[in-house]
Every structure is written in structure tokens, then in C-alpha cells.
Design a binder for this molecule. Sequence first.
Ligand code: R5P
Length: 325
Amino acid sequence: MDDTYRLGPLLLLGGRANRPLSAEIGRILKENPESATIRNFADDEIFVRIDYNARGRDVFIIQPTVTPADSIMELLLLIDAAKRASAARVTAVVPYFGYGRQDRKDQPRVAIGAKLVANLMVAAGADRMIGMDFHQHQIQAFFDIPVDHLYAAPVLTRYFLDKKLSDLVVVAPDVGSAKMARGFANRLHAALAIIDKRRAGPNRAEVANVVGDVEGRTCLLIDDMVDTGGTLANAVVALKDRGATKVFAGATHAILSGSAAEKLAAAPLEEFVVTDTIHVPEERRFDRLKILSVASLFATAIECVHENKSVSQLFEMAAEADSGG
Ligand code: R5P
């Protein structure tokens, strides 16, 4: 029997961590994402209640797991509520997967936060997961449920292709971003450079060297996330010092914690382009910050999963961009 019929209709639930993104996904899918009551008790404990019949339905819960950890707890409660309301299937749609940087035991006695969060989602009852640009692709293997891992690359590359930047060098701000940057370089028909970044401590980035020719050229820094902005701000200065004429930057997840926005607003950047996987509040926006929406990628993925159709059309452009060898 076709699962489309066995599953019942789709039910979209948006958590509170990124209401504008879930509203946009809902608009595209013609579904109301505000299908749950979510509030806090006086001590900040979270209460959730699904407002519509969920029995037998194919439930999609949209919630990036940004800090504070309440966004994770809210997601877990929504998954639990859907399971207890007899949903046929629950898919966690997590545009930004927080704790993703804690993906291995690289020092004695540290936790592997990414695995723990994955375990919590599965333990709460998630049957599937849809994510985007995990810090490491291998995080998919932390989930013992199917994961559809999307890329923001199609949205970002389209934007930069339209700008028709000449003599372009895509720059990885650290060795970890080199594969992602190489994909963008292929797609944008650009050269590649890599920054050898050292960390003096957690969240303290320093540039050690730039590998590749950037003098007299336009540079595009590409990263999966920008947190304190230290990596990016240092990279822009290093590229300018080495004679880059213009520096653009693109990143999927705009965490922008602390004074990141001020730091980047003051940096000699032509434009900083991010996506809306994380909601950027008005007070953290600045003139040269451009926010592109990935809502249509998520809406298409949700539709494909619901209708048991292949989601590979969403990967093709990114895979092509990533296949530089
Ligand atoms: C590092 O591995 C990541 O790709 C980012 O470069 C990093 O997390 C950005 O952090 P920050 O903005 O605090 O330098």
C-alpha cells in the first residue's frame, strides 16, 4: 500500500525559534505552521499543546536548535506531543543543528554534544530528520533514523552567479571549510584559496597564512556558520593585507553571537550574505548583511518526503558543485 494514503494528511508545526522561516515554508506549502500552543510557565518551563487532530497524520516540526538549549527542549516536547497524539510519522525539520561542532572526543573527558542531541531527538520519537549544512556531513550517522541533509549552496551560488563577479577567488576561512569552498569555486567558475587558521582558544580565531593567489582579485569567503565573527573578520583583514581588491562573504548559518554583527559591520566587507536558517533579529542586522531564504528548499523537501518522492533534485546542484575531487 502507498504510504501517501496510509500516513494521512500533512500537519506542519513551527516551534518558536524561527517563526518567520516556518511562516514562509507554510505559505509555500499552503499549510498553517502555527498549529500548536507554546508558552512558558513562570519558571520558564515550556508547555506545548498541538491544537489540531494529529492522529494518523504526517507531522513535520520546524525548529532550528539555536541557543539557548530551550529551543532543543521545545523541539523534544513537540515531538513527544505529536507521538502521544498518535501521529503516524514525525519528522524533525532542523534548519540549523546546534551542538554540531561537538562532534568528536578530541580532548580527554569531553562530551560529544552532537551525538547527544541526535539521541534525544530519536528518543523523543522522531522518525525522520531534515537538516541543512551540518558542521560535518558525518553527523548524519549520529541519527539511527533517515536523514535528508540539504545544502544552502543552490541559493547562495545563484545569488553570487547573478552578481557576475569577475576574477573571483573563493576562499575557505579554514581548512575545515575547504571542501565546501571548492564546491562553490567549481560552481562559480572561480579559483580557490585556503586560509590556515589557528585558534588561540575556543572562539578565538587567528590567521596563520593564506594559501593561494588573492592579490588584485575579488574574494568570496565561504563558511558553514558565523558565530562570534572572529574567523570571518580576521580572514577579511588577511585578504585585504594580501592585496585583495574586494571581499564578499557567504555563510549558511548566521549565529552572530555577542558583538559579531558590530564586528562584521566594521569589517571591510562588500557584502555578507547568509540564509534564514537562524532568525537574525533586527538589532543584529546591518546595511551590508543580505539574508536569502531557504524556505523553498525546505518546503520542497517536506513535500517530497510527504509524497514519498525523491529529494535528490535538491542535492543535484550542490553535488555538482561539490564534485571537484
Ligand atoms: C569552524 O570550524 C566553522 O566553520 C566556523 O568557521 C566557525 O565556527 C566560526 O566561528 P566564529 O565566527 O566564532 O569564528
